[in-house]
Design a protein around this ligand. Structure first.
Ligand code: SF4
Length: 245
């Protein structure tokens, strides 16, 4: 890997989970740029990942398709009866609309941002006022969000240094939130300039650590539970080779 390598949010959190997972992921994805999410086949994705991508895509599609229904105070569409995730999402959006109608509709959905050293897709950006905004991440469930603080800071930092973001949004990120679509929970935190500066330094340290070549697996790995989609590769690496990585 080159000294200036481009790090995605997924690679970053993979490293925090397990350096070996990061290594395997990065080996398979050596392109420095990766475009925005588009229509694609998810057939070869691990089930959990394809399910997540499905919901990310469909929640935003639902919002776009029903924007006028929300604004007209229409009743929830029939799909909210058969799919509880849409019901929870409808209620969440109705509440947001009631609290702040003028800033309700997101100013961007699935916004791909990049800088020389980082990249990622911000699920949505919401205006707070003319000067400030909130980046929002979708996640399935609070219990499966081990590195949420780091993720939200990564996106906030990426937004701040990304030309794409600044040209399109023209606002400063002052909040970062997460909507959990399986439970309907919502969490949000303030993002200060100091938070961004400390995260910048932290990320620089993590990047340095990544380049030391010490990609030993985490000893508390949950291999047996098959939580990691890289277990299928990882378990086939001979012990001797692992030490040489
Ligand atoms: S299975 Fe465990 S050790 Fe292997 S890559 Fe995944 S988290 Fe790391």
């Amino acid at each position: 890997m080159n000294q200036i390598f481009n790090l995605s949010k997924t690679e970053f959190t993979a490293y925090l989970e397990c350096p070996l997972k990061f290594y395997l992921m990065k080996q398979q994805n050596q392109f420095t740029k990766e475009g925005p999410r588009g229509l694609r086949s998810y057939l070869h994705y691990p089930f959990a990942a394809s399910k997540g991508i499905y919901w990310h895509y469909n929640l935003n599609k639902f919002l776009q398709e029903h924007k006028q229904d929300f604004l007209n105070g229409a009743p929830p569409p029939p799909i909210t009866i058969s799919k509880p995730i849409f019901k929870l999402f409808w209620e969440h959006e109705e509440h947001r609309l009631a609290v702040d109608p003028s800033n309700w509709y997101p100013i961007a959905l699935e916004l791909y941002c990049s800088s020389q050293t980082a990249r990622g897709i911000i699920d949505r950006v919401e205006s707070i006022d003319d000067q400030s905004c909130r980046v929002v991440e979708y996640k399935s469930n609070p219990s499966k969000s081990g590195f949420l603080t780091e993720e939200l800071l990564f996106y906030s930092f990426l937004a701040t240094v990304s030309k794409d973001f600044n040209e399109k949004i023209k606002r400063t990120v002052t909040q970062a939130g997460c909507y959990f679509y399986s439970t309907g929970d919502w969490t949000c935190r303030e993002i200060s300039r100091d938070d961004l500066l400390s995260f910048r330094d932290y990320l620089a340290e993590v990047r340095k650590e990544m380049l030391t070549g010490n990609w030993a697996p985490r000893h508390n790995c949950s291999l047996l539970k098959q939580d990691c989609s890289y277990a299928v590769v990882c378990t086939k690496i001979p012990e001797k080779l692992l030490k040489e990585l």
